[in-house]
Design a protein around this ligand. Structure first.
Ligand SMILES: [Zn+2]
Length: 69
């Protein structure tokens, strides 16, 4: 069978320290999601989605909300 030759593998010279690892991960921050405001009630919502508060999308009521019943 094949013999495991350790000289062929790239082996890290040192273990990455906690500080170095954390410094590297400072670039991996998750960005905040896109938020738009509802033209009817002004509530913050995600784009291309009906408003949760008033149930409107593109100035039309698409969801019946409990306030109007
Ligand atoms: Zn709304």
């Amino acid at each position: 069978m094949f013999k495991l030759d350790l000289q062929r593998f790239a082996v890290p010279y040192r273990r990455t320290s906690k500080t170095k690892k954390r410094m590297r991960h400072t670039h991996l921050k998750k960005e905040a999601g896109v938020v738009v405001t509802c033209p009817k009630c002004g509530a913050a919502l995600r784009p291309h989605r009906a408003c949760v508060k008033c149930g409107n999308y593109k100035n039309k009521e698409v969801i019946k909300t409990e306030e109007e019943k």
